[in-house]
Design a protein around this ligand. Structure first.
Ligand code: ATP
Length: 358
């Protein structure tokens, strides 16, 4: 099923929860709605489910407007953060509940349940009650209950946030595999960028109800459309520094502080020239070197997973650098840094829009 959202808008009083959202989701695609708390992800999903009515705009399934279609007629399966299983029913009864409501014959119900339970690897648990299952198993039951209806669309709202870190990673892969197997168009709401980036074919990033970008994970990371995306995607976040561009004899130079100037690599030349820019460079695109042209003083060193995050003073600016933990750097060291050529990003300081896009 293809899903199109056209100028989709939802207002609560004077607040725009979602504003003029345009998204086209392909048949069988898995997309993530990603953004900080309150950005409008859940409201978007609830409009697609039919629980909220849009203030303006259209929701289309396979090209047909379905704004007025009742939720139960939309053929949607939903999986939430809280598994919302019936505690007094067995796994079998929970999974088959939607079919029971539709008065599907018992033999067919049993067959469908067995198939799905096998795929979800919970076929040995059919007689247990939810209270006797782990969080991951309960989430699989919830997924089974959504899948047994053979929905055309699957909506996930932060389904893994109650699980511990290891289980979350295995469930991510599991959900992705099941989604591929069934080929159901899926929308996955999360504020966890790693989850969105690893699972989704494309990620829609929202902020304050407004879509910021809708593209693949690598494009979001490598070619951020604006400062918000640049800062939101990637961990630790991109350094964003007030800087100036200087053109001399056809060559372009970047000045990040008095007397600190470097050539802008041809490949990373902004498409639009501006004198004042925000220069973006990711901490892992900065290297510490023995001798170089950019002197830096180490202000602070902290462990960041298996690496070190080093805060440096460069001229009057501060830059974070991610280096291997084996490197001997400590507070007060005077050293040199270098920017990887592929890591240069430029943004318009007024609008926040990338200057590197055509
Ligand atoms: P979270 O990750 O915290 O769930 P979200 O991105 O899903 O956030 P929404 O729940 O869609 O965000 O909310 C978007 C905005 O709309 C927020 O400012 C929120 O306060 C507001 N909002 C959501 N539901 C209602 C409601 N029923 N009445 C009034 N305002 C609402």
């Amino acid at each position: 099923m293809e899903i199109s959202l056209e100028h989709l808008t939802k207002k609560f009083g004077n607040v725009y929860a979602v504003k003029d959202l345009n998204l086209h989701i392909r048949d069988g695609e898995f997309i993530a709605l990603l953004g900080p708390s309150g950005c409008g992800k859940t409201t978007t999903m609830l409009m697609i489910a039919g629980i909220y009515k849009p203030t303006k705009g259209f929701i289309k399934f396979d090209g047909k407007v379905i704004n007025n279609l009742e939720p139960r007629d939309r053929n949607i399966g939903m999986v939430f953060q809280s598994y919302a299983l019936y505690p007094h029913m067995t796994v079998y009864e929970n999974i088959t509940f939607p079919l029971k409501l539709k008065k599907v014959p018992k033999a067919e119900m049993e067959k469908e349940c067995k198939n799905i339970a096998r795929l979800l690897q919970i076929d040995h648990l059919l007689n247990r009650k939810p209270g006797e299952l782990s969080g991951g198993q309960q989430q699989r039951v919830a997924l089974g209950r959504a899948l047994i209806k053979k929905p055309k669309v699957l909506l996930f709202d932060e389904p893994l946030s109650n699980l511990d870190a290891r289980l979350r990673i295995s469930m991510r892969r599991f959900i992705k595999e099941i989604q591929r197997e069934f080929g159901i168009t899926s929308i996955y709401v999360t504020h966890d960028q790693e989850e969105a980036m690893t699972m989704a074919d494309r990620v829609a990033v929202m902020k304050d109800g407004v879509l910021q970008a809708f593209t693949t994970a690598d494009k979001l990371h490598d070619e951020p459309e604006n400062i918000f995306i640049a800062h939101f995607i990637g961990n630790p976040p991109m350094n964003l520094i007030d800087a100036e561009l200087i053109e001399e004899k056809g060559k372009l130079y970047l000045s990040i502080s008095r007397n600190i100037r470097m050539r802008v690599p041809e490949k990373r030349r902004p498409k639009v020239f501006k004198k004042k820019v925000k220069f973006g460079i990711r901490p892992y695109d900065v290297e510490i070197i023995e001798r170089g042209r950019i002197p830096a003083k180490v202000l602070f060193v902290e462990f960041f997973g298996k690496e070190l995050l080093v805060l440096c003073k460069v001229g009057d600016k501060e830059i974070q650098v991610l280096v291997p933990a084996k490197l001997d750097v400590k507070e007060g060291d005077n050293l040199f840094i270098e920017f990887k050529e592929s890591g240069f990003h430029f943004f318009d300081p007024d609008t926040g829009v990338s200057l590197c896009k055509g």
